[in-house]
Design a protein around this ligand. Structure first.
Ligand SMILES: [Fe+2]
Length: 161
């Protein structure tokens, strides 16, 4: 039996985490849209605008993720999921363990995009591909978390395993 305090706490974070996942999906979709635009060659007209636009996107994404990850880590999400599904405990721990790495990769791309916008960095044709790979990882990460949270929600209403 899940005690009332834990039940009430989990109602709060479940709603918040699922809302934030929806917002993140929108942000990622908009960023993917931006990436579909051709990237001007370094020094060409529009190159600075493109890369500073990218840097702004990455600052926004980093900030949003930083807050989101911190909320997930401090809200009791891992503890409550473990309480409901002890067999899922290593999965949620593994997912939370991915947070610092994803933030570090986005931060690195953000710095490169800024350097590139100032014309300090040689063109890296893989910049876009690397960012797409990070977004794919992030998508898979959030999908796996959403699935865990939805399972926990089912447990909440008494129809989970
Ligand atoms: Fe998440």
């Amino acid at each position: 039996m899940i005690e009332t305090r834990a039940r009430r706490r989990s109602e709060v974070w479940m709603k918040q985490v699922l809302d934030e996942h929806r917002q993140l999906r929108l942000m990622i979709a908009e960023l993917r849209e931006f990436l579909r635009e051709p990237r001007p060659a370094p020094g060409a007209k529009g190159a600075h605008t493109w890369s500073s636009g990218l840097a702004q996107w990455l600052v926004k994404l980093h900030d949003g993720l930083f807050r989101h990850f911190r909320y997930e880590e401090e809200s009791g999400m891992a503890e409550d999921i473990t309480l409901r599904h002890p067999r899922r405990s290593s999965e949620i721990e593994r997912l939370i363990g991915e947070h610092p790495q994803m933030l570090a990769e986005i931060k690195m791309l953000m710095t490169e995009a800024l350097d590139y916008s100032e014309g300090h960095l040689l063109d890296d044709p893989a910049l876009r591909t690397r960012l797409e790979a990070v977004l794919d990882t992030l998508d898979a990460h959030e999908r796996a978390e959403t699935a865990l949270v939805q399972r926990a929600e089912l447990q909440e209403v008494g129809v989970g395993d």
